[in-house]
Write a protein that binds this ligand. Structure first.
Ligand code: NDP
Length: 263
């Protein structure tokens, strides 16, 4: 159990919750009583996460599962519409879905990759936020965006990914100013390396991915890379009433990597 927080009666939508950080976050919200809405493109993975959520939910609440590709505007719209249609409210939006991208500036598919990363990591967040504001204003809810420490430290050939996350950080800060008067808090978390399928999603084998995490773990001051629960704990804190005076912040959760000048 990650937290003693109580999210009973809260409707929480977590994008990218068919795996990795998003899946663990959904399970933790469910454990704390929330009605969760989970979403991703892989139906089998989504069903598996749904089972885990229902198993830990104090009232046995079943998540709403929505198959959606957040890089598509119609899917984003359907995601919010389905949530409101099912539960008539939205309290917390976690914009977690994202993908990495290795792309040297000489890459011949540069502009396609640019569109792919920006549509997934940034445009989706802007549009989902746009669609959610009227509902979050009613519940005095909040938004948590998932960025990365590469928004704060350049990484060679990862400029597309870094730029998408950098823009997400600034989006968060601007939105915190705009939405504060509506009673909506907006925060962003910048994780260091977290052991998930993230690197495999950009083409590394399982072995290469594991080797990369092990190598980085040694360089991190805490002696390990992050686990999804580390980031889920930060998300639940920022989403909770305990953080009611916190908005527009970049919450770095990186085992000290940035200060150690590693990523
Ligand atoms: P994973 O690859 O393990 O999970 C990514 C999740 O996002 C999956 O549920 C995937 O679902 C979903 N997703 C990806 N693209 C889309 C899309 N177009 N439409 C809908 N869902 C999508 O990665 P993580 O859990 O590690 O990543 C979560 C977030 O954390 C990302 O924003 C990432 O940038 C960030 N982050 C991760 C770090 C790490 O080291 N792992 C470090 C710093 C930040 P499906 O495949 O079913 O569509």
């Amino acid at each position: 159990m990650s937290t003693s927080k109580n999210f009973s009666d809260k409707v929480v939508l977590i994008t990218g919750s068919s795996g990795g950080i998003g899946a663990v976050t959904a399970v933790e919200f469910a454990r704390c009583g929330a009605q969760v809405v989970i979403t991703g493109r892989n139906a089998d993975n989504l069903s598996e996460v749904a089972k885990q959520c229902a198993a830990v939910s104090p009232k046995g609440l079943k998540p709403l599962e929505v198959l959606a590709d957040v890089s598509k505007d119609v899917d984003c719209k359907r995601l919010i519409d389905s949530t409101i249609s099912a539960f008539k409210r939205l309290d917390i939006l976690v914009n977690n879905a994202g993908r990495g991208m290795h792309c040297p500036i000489t890459d011949t598919a540069l502009l396609d990759k640019y569109r792919e990363v920006m549509d997934t990591n940034l445009r989706s967040v802007i549009y989902l936020t746009h669609l959610s504001v009227e509902h979050l204003e009613k519940t005095k809810g909040n938004i948590i965006n998932i960025s990365s420490i590469v928004a704060l430290k350049p990484v060679s050939t990862a400029f597309l990914y870094s730029m998408s996350k950098c823009a997400l950080d600034m989006f968060t800060k601007c939105l915190a100013l705009e939405l504060g008067p509506k009673g909506i808090r907006v925060n962003v978390i910048n994780p260091g390396a977290v052991r998930t399928n993230f690197l495999q999603a950009v083409g590394l084998t399982k072995e290469q991915s594991e080797a990369a995490y092990s190598e980085r773990g040694v360089q991190y001051p805490v002696g390990r890379v992050g686990e999804s629960i580390d980031i889920a704990n930060a998300i639940l804190f920022l989403a909770s009433d305990e953080a009611s005076f916190v908005t527009g912040i970049q919450f770095v959760s990186d085992g000290g990597a940035l200060n150690a000048n590693t990523s």
